[in-house]
Design a protein around this ligand. Structure first.
Ligand SMILES: [Zn+2]
Length: 372
């Protein structure tokens, strides 16, 4: 068992250190035996997690989650679920299990690796995602349509896994979640790797090589624009980071190109970049735009696109600004890749509002600012 936890740690590092699979605090992993499950604690980063970064849960108590009748009211229900999840903790008591821990319990394999891969989301955030998943994976995968994260999504996954088992007489190993990411389960870490390689190969065959996201040269014009930005009345230190890579240039070319990344695709996009982004045309006064943006949305823009020039991301610290940039460039890649599958499918306003008001994600957002 000790040995298995070590294996889980190295598997988590492998995926956590690869930005094509996991960005910022995203993704989670687990190992289980018949009685207990070790799952990533919320707010822990997969890239440098150690054995203390996991929470050990009582599986019998976890199974209560799918049977109990919780409140109809969404926020009451999430509170009740959180309490049950908390009382399933064997050790350490102070940590909070990943909000997706319940899904790890219902996938019947020893090791689970859940990620939000760019390539996979290029398909899962595309208009023809469902049709293409069936075409590419047949009865090797389960497809779960978009559902607000938390308990409702968990119940939907439980039902989808049961249907799959009845129809195909086996346990599902690959679970695709629309506009979100993928769960892969296996009894060995080697097999998890193999499955990810297969997914990667199938999708690579269908998509073009993405545009380069490397910011090769400093663009003086963009830096000058970034220096003009004023965030009034904000006492926190403001950091900005500029990017004019080939990928970014493609999407800031004009407003039409930017419209393909103007609405978030996944809950992660909202957690780190918020749901509205500012587009500045050559003659627009950026500071007047920022004021208007603040009036309309109640927060300052984290992402500002300058027509033809590039992107400026703004945050309270250098580290957070870098995360915003990485996540937004990932959105651009997802949008670019989705063109191979009928073009991008953004989240609806209702889905966006749910994430904006969700306490669990606010917790994750705070944690990501605290760690280093
Ligand atoms: Zn996820």
């Amino acid at each position: 068992m000790e040995n298995s936890l070590e294996k889980l740690v190295s598997l988590s590092h492998k995926f956590g250190k690869n930005p094509e699979f996991i960005l910022a605090g995203g993704g989670n992993s687990s190992y289980k035996n018949n009685y207990a499950m070790w799952v990533k604690a919320s707010g822990t980063s997969m890239a440098d997690i150690d054995e203390d970064g996991f929470v050990c849960l009582d599986r019998k108590l976890m199974q209560v989650l799918s049977r109990r009748n919780y409140s109809k009211d969404a926020s009451l229900r999430e509170e009740e679920v959180k309490k049950d999840l908390q009382s399933a903790i064997l050790e350490p008591k102070g940590k909070r299990p990943s909000v997706e821990a319940s899904m790890h319990e219902v996938i019947q394999y020893k090791f689970i690796m859940h990620t939000h891969p760019t390539l996979v989301n290029g398909l899962l955030c595309a208009n023809e995602s469902k049709k293409m998943i069936t075409e590419l994976f047949g009865d090797d995968a389960v497809y779960v349509p978009y559902t607000d994260p938390g308990y409702v999504l968990f119940k939907k996954v439980v039902a989808a896994l049961q249907d799959y088992k009845e129809e195909f007489k086996k346990e599902a190993q690959i679970i695709f979640l629309e506009n979100h990411g993928v769960f892969v389960g296996a009894d060995t870490c080697e097999e998890i790797d193999e499955i990810y390689v297969t997914i990667d190969r199938k999708l690579t065959e269908k998509t073009p090589t993405c545009l380069s996201d490397i910011n090769t040269q400093e663009n003086q014009a963009l830096l000058t624009l970034a220096h003009q930005i004023k965030i009034k009345g904000n006492n926190d230190a403001i950091y900005s980071i500029c990017d004019n890579s080939e990928l970014v240039k493609f999407f800031v070319e004009d407003e039409k190109a930017f419209s393909k990344v103007a609405i978030p695709f996944t809950p992660d996009n909202i957690v780190y970049c918020k749901s509205k982004y500012l587009y500045n045309r050559v003659d627009d006064d950026v500071n007047a735009q920022i004021e208007a943006f603040l009036n309309d949305n109640g927060y300052y823009p984290k992402v500002i696109a300058f027509e033809g020039k590039g992107l400026v991301c703004i945050e309270e610290s250098e580290k957070s600004a870098k995360i915003v940039l990485d996540v937004f460039k990932d959105m651009m890649k997802v949008s670019y890749l989705s063109e191979s599958f009928g073009g991008p499918r953004a989240m609806t306003q209702e889905q966006i509002d749910f994430i904006d008001n969700w306490e669990v994600e606010n917790y994750r957002r705070q944690m990501s600012k605290q760690t280093k």
